[in-house]
Design a protein around this ligand. Structure first.
Ligand SMILES: Cc1cc2nc3c(=O)[nH]c(=O)nc-3n(C[C@H](O)[C@H](O)[C@H](O)COP(=O)(O)OP(=O)(O)OC[C@H]3O[C@@H](n4cnc5c(N)ncnc54)[C@H](O)[C@@H]3O)c2cc1C
Length: 377
């Protein structure tokens, strides 16, 4: 007589970014995991700006999904309609799910994120932008948040003689939730590199060229200052991806596109649909937070699968950030200490290797050999 084990429950994870890969991997041993992702490879966008100035990094930031799951599967497709228990894919296929995890993250302007789905084509887009940037003498970066600051630092580390202007409508760098002494330290390091900061500045019109296009233009601010540059990049604008929500689940989608969640990270009004990372209206938009939320959701789904009723609530994080300025510079703040993070700490924790090894390991990709090669123009 054969004994059959009870069927495993199915968890469909939508989106294979930082949150999606973490929750999928964490449940692979206990459920039938299906990860839906249109991209050919995981894109480690935390290192995307380094790859723009040094395309030798490209193979390290596009990491194939093949080694992520042992028993689950990755379906290369896009969810177009999602309601409790059922997912319709762009191909027309349908997936039934006992549990659903929304991990579709956000759009952000290129080069920080890259919407191109095929790896070769995505890398080609970066190489083309690299070629244009290498040939530009003057660069305008719109947005002096973490991405604008980091991109200014990356450009100056490779091409110290390029003129970089960092412009923002706000009266300081980085954004409101961070400490004044951290902003002052970042401003000091940028000034030492010769980055021109134009704060409290609103452009009358956006540049007439496309971002990343090599063509000289002049723009003026409301106060009458003029900036002439050969290329520009947009360094602001997180747009959550949740337009696929349908039926009852669509009620949790806010007008700004973020998805309301309960303290247990269930989608509002749903017991078995969860949301993690940039798409969830639960916390700030960071890869580290997406991973932490993913671990909590994995633990909560694991508990539900084993018949428990008590779930663990999510604790939002205190403001913390590490901002590299090139591989060796930058600063940051951490909870529980008044001291700013030193440039050496930033370099070790992030700036030099940009956490490539951690995500290569999670995806079961062989550790990338020898980091940072000379930038190729
Ligand atoms: C330049 C840069 C540097 C950064 N540095 C840091 C840092 O140092 N530390 C930090 O903590 N955070 C950092 N961040 C923020 C961090 O990258 C985001 O918070 C993170 O990407 C959020 O992860 P996520 O899993 O929620 O979504 P994402 O990483 O956006 O992934 C979402 C995935 O879902 C897929 N998807 C979208 N729609 C669908 C659909 N309909 N069906 C199926 N799949 C879909 C997408 O293709 C994508 O792969 C940085 C961001 C940028 C841009």
């Amino acid at each position: 007589m054969s004994i059959t084990s009870p069927a495993r429950q199915t968890v469909v994870v939508i989106g294979g970014g930082y949150g999606g890969i973490t929750v999928a991997k964490a449940l692979d041993d206990v459920a039938d995991v299906v990860l839906v992702e249109p991209k050919e490879a995981f894109m480690h966008n935390v290192a995307a700006l380094r790859a723009l100035v040094d395309p030798a990094w490209l193979p390290r930031i596009y990491l194939p999904y093949d080694g992520l799951l042992k028993s689950g599967r990755v379906v290369r497709d896009r969810a177009v309609k999602v309601d409790a228990g059922r997912v319709t894919l762009a191909s027309g296929a349908e997936l039934e799910a006992d549990y659903l995890v929304l991990a579709t993250g956000s759009h952000y302007p290129f080069p920080a994120k890259n919407d191109v789905e095929g790896t070769a084509a995505a890398q080609h887009k970066v190489r083309t932008a690299h070629g244009a940037l290498a040939a530009a003498r003057r660069v305008l970066l719109l947005g002096a948040g973490p991405v604008g600051i980091e991109l200014a630092g990356e450009i100056k580390a490779v091409w110290p003689d390029k003129h970089v202007t960092l412009l923002d409508v706000a009266d300081d760098v980085l954004g409101e939730r961070f400490r004044a002494d951290l902003k002052a330290e970042l401003r000091r390091q940028l000034a030492d590199l010769g980055v021109e900061l134009l704060l409290s500045s609103t452009l009358r019109d956006l540049p007439p060229t496309d971002p990343g296009e090599l063509r000289t233009f002049t723009v003026s601010t409301e106060s009458g200052a003029e900036v002439t540059a050969d290329i520009w990049f947009r360094c602001y604008g997180v747009i959550p991806v949740s337009d696929y929500l349908a039926g009852g689940a669509a009620g949790a989608r806010r007008p700004d596109g973020f998805v309301d969640v309960t303290p247990y990270l269930q989608v509002a009004g749903q017991d078995r649909v969860f949301a993690v990372g940039d798409v969830a209206a639960a916390d700030h938009k960071m890869a580290g937070i997406a991973s932490r939320q993913a671990q909590l959701v994995a633990a909560n789904i694991r508990a539900l699968i084993s018949g428990e009723t008590e779930l663990t609530p999510y604790q939002p994080s205190s403001p913390a950030i590490i901002v590299p300025i090139g591989p060796e510079g930058g600063s940051g703040q951490r909870p529980g200490t008044d001291d700013l993070v030193t440039a050496e700490f930033v370099a070790q924790a992030k700036g030099r290797e940009l956490m490539v090894g951690r995500f290569a390991e999670l995806l079961g990709v062989a550790a990338p050999a020898g980091l940072r090669e000379a930038a190729s123009d």
